[in-house]
Design a protein around this ligand. Structure first.
Ligand SMILES: *Cc1c(COP(=O)(O)O)cnc(C)c1O
Length: 360
């Protein structure tokens, strides 16, 4: 099996080795586990470029739970939010607002459209509490212009919630520089470890003004109990202990390589793949792309059948795309243990798959 998917990803050997060690899932109500979590937290905040006053919530749940919990711990039906809906994950924020009756307006992008200043014109005359955005809209691979979004929010005094699940540790990010109040990450994407843990990193501002004053009632998802417990490196409930160990190993590995070098390695793999695609009867979008993933657009509606060919014939997995784009596009990830040689093999298999599917 070979994964070119965006989460789970093809894990680095170093992380797989951590999992193979007999002692990989320790008992966790110990000072040793707490120390490991506090180290994880120090590295996470270092890589997100945020200071000592921000705080992290470690949830045992998939990324969507962190998105929903962040919205519920920060906002109420008294707020008005602005949501950028440029694909599946932006749409998920819209659904969260709808389900919980939180007033919101939506900036909707068509497939292929680049988020630009003009999209904010209508919203610039209205008052909003916060903006919700996915830094990389993973369903399309668009890497949004965070400087543009950040300026808009700063000018209007809005909170900024950035779901960086597929972008954190793949693209440059600067939480404090962009004035991000909530950054969301999830174990199986950017950090390239197993699925099951998600984090919400909170700015001092939103902690003081919103989270600590929130009347949100929930046993499992109330951030206040997570904040209290994490003062000593613990979570209120049993975390996915094995994934906490993997996450710590992944962040230590990145720290050893250096964040800039790590990002540059991913960029090299992404650029290599995109240049090799020129040999195939496919195209890629013209909007800015995250280093994490490339949507491959076919001339004909054969993407899903080529995906099946790669899977069934070679055990190679790419990401099929959901919805109406599914027939014409699939996505290829560039994170985790992937080399330029792997890219060459994938390209030749895709070429073969296109031939096989078309000759049927
Ligand atoms: C994967 C992803 C999520 C969350 O997905 P889960 O399946 O709940 O982990 C949210 N936002 C983005 C941008 C993602 O890529």
């Amino acid at each position: 099996m070979r994964l070119f998917t965006i989460g789970p990803v093809e894990m680095f050997d170093e992380i797989k080795d951590v999992r193979k060690r007999g002692d990989a899932v320790p008992y966790f109500r110990t000072p040793e586990f707490s120390d490991m979590m506090l180290e994880t937290d120090r590295l996470l905040r270092k890589f997100a470029k945020t200071g000592d006053s921000s705080r992290t919530i470690y949830l045992t749940a998939s990324g969507t739970a962190a998105m929903e919990a962040a919205v519920l711990n920060c906002f109420t039906q008294e707020d008005r939010l602005l949501v950028i809906d440029g694909g599946t994950f932006g749409h998920r924020f819209v659904e969260i607002c709808k389900i919980h009756g939180i007033p919101h307006d939506v900036i909707t992008l068509d497939f292929g459209e680049t988020l630009a200043k003009k999209h904010f014109e209508a919203a610039s005359h209205k008052a909003y509490t916060a903006l919700l955005v996915n830094v990389d809209e993973t369903s399309t691979g668009q890497l949004y212009d965070m400087a543009l979004i950040s300026d808009f929010c700063k000018n209007k005094g809005m909170y900024l919630v950035a779901d960086a699940i597929s972008s954190f540790l793949c693209d440059e990010f600067d939480m404090d520089g962009y004035g991000v109040d909530v950054m969301i990450a999830s174990s199986q994407k950017g950090p390239c470890v197993s699925p099951g843990m998600s984090v919400a990193l909170l700015s001092e501002r939103i902690l003081k003004e919103r989270v600590m004053k929130s009347a949100f009632s929930s046993l499992y998802f109330d951030f206040k109990s997570y904040l209290e417990n994490f003062k000593r490196g613990q979570t209120p409930f049993t975390p996915a202990v094995g994934i906490c160990v993997e996450l710590n190993a992944a962040l230590r590995m990145i720290d050893r390589i250096g964040l800039e070098q790590h990002l540059s390695n991913i960029e090299t793999i992404a650029k290599d793949f995109r240049s090799k695609l020129l040999d195939l009867p496919v195209s890629i979008p013209s909007y800015p792309l995250s280093n994490a993933v490339t949507p491959v657009i076919f001339d004909e509606p054969i993407a899903y059948r080529v995906f099946e060919y790669l899977k069934d014939r070679y055990g190679i997995y790419v990401n099929p795309t959901g919805g109406k784009l599914g027939e014409t596009t699939f996505r290829v990830a560039h994170i985790g243990k992937i080399t330029t040689e792997d890219n060459s093999i994938l390209i030749s298999r895709i070429k073969e798959g296109i031939g096989a599917v078309k000759s049927k």
